[in-house]
Design a protein around this ligand. Sequence first.
Ligand code: ATP
Ligand code: MG
Length: 250
Amino acid sequence: MIEIVNLYKKIERKIILNGLNLRVRKGKITIITGLSGSGKSVLLKTIVGLIKPDSGKVIIDGKTIFDLKGSELIKVRKKIGFLFQGGALFDSLSVFNNVAFPLREHTNLSEKQIETKVLNELREVGLSDSANKLPSELSGGMIKRAALARALILKPSCLLLDEPATGLDPVMTKIIYDMIDKISQKGITVLMISHNLQEASKIADFFAMICRGKIIEYNTPEKFFESKNPIVRQFVSGQSEGPIGLDMGA
Ligand SMILES: Nc1ncnc2c1ncn2[C@@H]1O[C@H](COP(=O)(O)OP(=O)(O)OP(=O)(O)O)[C@@H](O)[C@H]1O
Ligand SMILES: [Mg+2]
């Protein structure tokens, strides 16, 4: 379980996280949504420790990650797979070597063992034929799937996904959402940022909306879509008229 307690983060004098609290339930799929620029990516990067908050805590399986150092920190980090917005593959490495990277960094497996694991993972995401391609030779959907394979290669207990299907056609979007659903059914906790409310609602257990640095609504998909909060209502209905102002995002 991930518990996010009272996170504050200012970037260049702008308050991005303003006392944010969220409990990510074990084995469930939680979707984070919100306006562009509202701090969703900053939140995910803070959870994995890439951004240090000004104050607040992230507690993963009972351990406060900012208190950990050295091997203890690595142990907790290895429990979490992270897919960056846009994929963030290493441009100069093949798909195979991108997916193998965490194994080479964090395990003492032999090359043969690494090969078996990587090829398995690539098969799971339908990229068996693309192991030797460079990221520049991949389509958007292939990049996302390669990034997903890399996020899963250390068999994390928790997967954080920053818009894993944005910019893809409806069929590839569905394929990726189905993959995430399958991953979750294996017991992996999923925390995912998505703007695709329709597809997300088919697999989500919970929706959380971030606005002005806080979670303003946390609920099951059904209740989320029936929210009485005028900001949530405008967001889910996609109307330009309403309480949402240009100052709320970026
Ligand atoms: N490294 C950075 N340097 C300066 N400002 C940053 C940095 N990272 C994020 N920000 C600012 O923090 C705010 C939140 O950014 P973030 O990327 O978290 O938004 P988001 O909710 O993920 O948006 P989107 O839906 O467009 O991906 C924005 O105002 C952004 O400009
Ligand atoms: Mg983002």
